[in-house]
Design a protein around this ligand. Structure first.
Ligand SMILES: NC(=O)c1ccc[n+]([C@@H]2O[C@H](COP(=O)([O-])OP(=O)(O)OC[C@H]3O[C@@H](n4cnc5c(N)ncnc54)[C@H](OP(=O)(O)O)[C@@H]3O)[C@@H](O)[C@H]2O)c1
Length: 243
């Protein structure tokens, strides 16, 4: 059975993904800043699904540690899911470079740093799947979250180029663009229930789309059409909206 590495494995979305892949019998490598927080999940997955699982320390912002982290994994993973992210505060980030750089470096630079290493490995093995969790926020900059949105836009473009490159060596890259998802990241926001997905639904969508080698997945599905409309609103009108 394939081995799945989940980067940022403590988040609600990542836990749902771990459960989905474990239910399908995959071996799991769970990585987070604080591996201690993953112990009970690891044990639960082992007992419930009789799969092998390991936990690992990983900090997206500690770029210099990424090569050693990847080398230290028990086996090279077949599937790598890059889930970590940081929404942060747009308002704070406008005046405070520390907050702005944390948003940019977590969502973009950190992801590029670790996935560059994964990509080299998969290119040399001629197989593998990389799944990057980006966001619809990257499809068009809005005044309420353009720091996060621009980092995700960069990540989406990175994944697109990487997909193009790795296709020629036999590996697959899937970009995931969730809309609203009910997780810790959004618990302080009032999300419209009809537009909001649960982490389990997102995990099921990602699992199925990756099996089908989809290139870009919007989840829930209708976000593809919502974003098509948003992307096509003329700039003179868009800039007057307080979005
Ligand atoms: N929720 C939404 O509506 C939504 C919509 C679109 C896209 N997304 C994206 O979906 C992904 C999962 O988000 P979520 O909603 O599940 O968010 P979340 O609950 O806030 O989880 C974010 C995860 O990222 C990890 N993380 C943050 N900084 C890190 C670092 N420097 N190194 C390693 N891990 C780090 C956190 O780890 P700790 O446990 O150590 O804090 C946490 O587990 C993110 O990429 C997010 O941008 C979410």
């Amino acid at each position: 059975m394939p081995t799945v590495l989940i980067l940022g494995a403590g988040s609600d979305m990542a836990v749902a993904l771990a459960r989905r892949y474990a239910a399908a019998g995959h071996t799991l490598q769970l990585a987070a800043r604080n591996p201690g927080q993953l112990r009970s999940l690891e044990q639960d997955l082992r007992i419930r699904h009789r799969i092998a699982a390991t936990v690992h320390a990983f900090d997206a912002l500690d770029f210099d540690s990424h090569a050693a982290f990847y080398q230290s994994l028990p086996t090279p993973p077949d599937i790598v899911i890059c889930v970590f992210g940081y929404l942060g505060s747009q308002e704070k980030g406008q005046a405070d470079w520390k907050e702005a750089s944390r948003i940019l470096h977590t969502n973009f630079t950190g992801a590029v740093s670790i996935l560059n290493i994964v990509a080299e490995d998969m290119a040399s093995r001629g197989k593998g799947t990389i799944i990057g969790i980006s966001s619809v926020a990257g499809d068009r900059g809005r005044m309420s979250n353009y720091l996060y949105g621009s980092a995700k836009a960069g990540f989406t473009a990175y994944l697109s180029g990487l997909r193009n490159r790795l296709w020629h060596s036999g590996a697959h890259v899937m970009t995931v663009e969730p809309g609203f998802v009910a997780t810790q990241m959004t618990q302080h926001l009032k999300l419209p229930p009809l537009l909001t997905a649960q982490p389990d639904q997102v995990a099921a969508d990602i699992f199925k789309a990756a099996e089908n080698k989809k290139n870009v997945l919007y989840t829930k599905w209708f976000w593809k059409y919502i974003m098509l409309i948003i992307k096509n609103v003329p700039e003179p009108i868009f800039k007057k909206k307080k979005l």
